[in-house]
Design a protein around this ligand. Structure first.
Ligand code: VAL
Length: 450
């Protein structure tokens, strides 16, 4: 074991780091596009309810496992196991989460690389370098490899500095920057023609579709992905929380911020789609269906920015900077999961472990870039559709069925002495035992069938 374990130095630091992990491309890209293609406000309501009723309890399970274990995901899960079989199971779940986090980072880095090149493109245009601007805006092997590698190096540079000086410090800088850009963009888009129609589509629900099983499955899947569940990340972040902190409220803050940013991102993206439509960019079919969910960010919105002239360069720059920051705060958490394991299990120095794992992830990313058509979709499906729900479910089973109830209560009581008589303690253990596993199981089966 390494000598001294890192710890978040403050409540605010933890909240920014965990919210930074949760708030990613899933919120700013995934949530609004899912909302637009699943009937607007009905999806929003389903998402809000499911995030609080199902994803928050599952998040609490992962944070509590980590805070109790004060170690990487594998060791923390082992600590609550009672026999050899359970310890083996702990390894499969903890290590599985670590691999899942590494694989998410490997495709995330590619997308984040696109975001960074799209951030630089308006600058190239502004300084009049047409060839750079063309290179930055077109898909090419050289551009994708360079920016993927660049993004991974950035992530490695932050993680190699440790918990307080790396993760916490950068999350505390980047998250407020993200919020500022997001709000500035919303104000701008709201002033454009067509925005109010978009706002109405986003906020006025069609109650007929709210119980549509497909909508519910997408909303729950989105909530799980967004809170980075089933990736070991919340276990390892939980392990850096001081025993003095109130876990129940910390988890609630993280869920609240995650849901809030997804909601606010919807206030930007959905009205922006209608603004683009008003300016002649084709977004919706005659029957109101979203035409290009996948191309929205890289074709539709840039077409909108192009139509705005010089101001569009600034708006485009701000938009893609926002996306890059969201990706970075999530990717540092994805790298921390394997790094913390390597440091504690093999007694490696943090800097060495980070560069080693960063190199492995870069090689996986390059393999995906070189075999994009086959591997990109496959890795996304494998991690988000399969691994995350299964591993999230396993963590609930660990807390609900394997961890002794008294020991669980002891852990939560540290920093929250009044919890035993609270509504949370009356409901949560049952949720974790029955409701969460059944609900996640249903999402998983439906996504397999879908
Ligand atoms: N939670 C992040 C997101 O919403 C990822 C890392 C799963 O994009």
């Amino acid at each position: 074991m390494s000598a001294v374990r890192g710890e978040f130095s403050s409540r605010f630091g933890f909240i920014m780091a965990a919210a930074g992990s949760a708030v990613g491309l899933g919120n700013i890209w995934g949530f609004p596009t899912q909302t637009a293609s699943n009937g607007g406000a009905a999806f929003l309501i389903a998402y809000l309810v499911l995030a609080f009723c199902l994803a928050y309890p599952a998040l609490m399970a992962e944070l509590t496992i980590g805070r109790h274990g004060q170690a990487n995901a594998v060791s923390s899960l082992r600590k609550i196991s009672n026999n050899l079989l359970q310890k083996r199971f702990a390894f499969v779940v903890g290590f599985g989460g670590i691999i899942c986090a590494g694989l998410i980072l490997s495709f995330y880095a590619i997308v984040a690389g696109w975001m960074i090149s799209a951030t630089l493109e308006p600058i190239a245009t502004l300084v009049g370098s047409e060839s750079s601007s063309t290179w930055l805006s077109e898909q090419s092997l050289s551009r994708n490899l360079i920016f993927t590698a660049g993004f991974i190096i950035l992530t490695v540079a932050i993680i190699s500095r440790g918990v307080e000086n790396g993760i916490e410090k950068w999350s505390k800088r980047l998250m407020p920057a993200l919020l500022t850009i997001l709000f500035a963009l919303i104000i701008y888009v709201m002033m454009q023609e067509g925005a109010m129609t978009g706002l109405k589509a986003y906020l006025v629900p069609d109650f007929n579709s709210i119980l549509d099983p497909e909508l519910l499955v997408s909303a729950l899947g989105q909530a799980f992905f967004s809170l980075s569940l089933g990736t070991s990340v919340m276990i390892i972040y939980g392990s850096y929380i001081s025993k003095k902190e109130n876990l129940v409220s910390l988890g609630a803050y993280v869920t609240l911020i995650d849901v809030f940013i997804a909601f606010v991102a919807g206030l930007l993206i959905i009205p922006a789609m209608y603004v683009a439509q008003a300016q002649g960019v084709e977004i919706f079919s005659a029957t109101g269906e979203l035409l290009s969910e996948d191309t929205l960010v890289f074709q539709v919105l840039p077409a909108l920015f192009d139509g705005m002239g010089t101001i569009g360069l600034f708006v485009g720059f701000a938009f893609f900077a926002l996306m890059s920051i969201a990706a970075l705060t999530s990717s540092i958490s994805m790298l921390e999961a394997p790094v913390s394991y390597a440091v504690e299990r093999f007694d490696l120095g943090r800097v060495k472990a980070t560069w080693l794992i960063g190199t492995i992830i870069a090689l996986v990313s390059f393999t995906i870039v070189l075999n994009f058509n086959v591997l990109f979709g496959l890795v996304i499906a494998l991690t988000t559709k399969f691994s995350q729900p299964i591993l999230g479910l396993m963590c609930c089973l660990f807390v609900g069925w394997i961890w002794y109830r008294n020991s669980l209560l002891n852990e939560i009581q540290q920093g929250c002495p009044e919890v035993a008589s609270s509504l949370f303690w009356k409901i949560w253990p049952w949720y974790i035992r029955f409701i969460c596993p059944i609900a996640i199981g249903l999402v998983f089966v439906s996504s397999l069938l879908g």
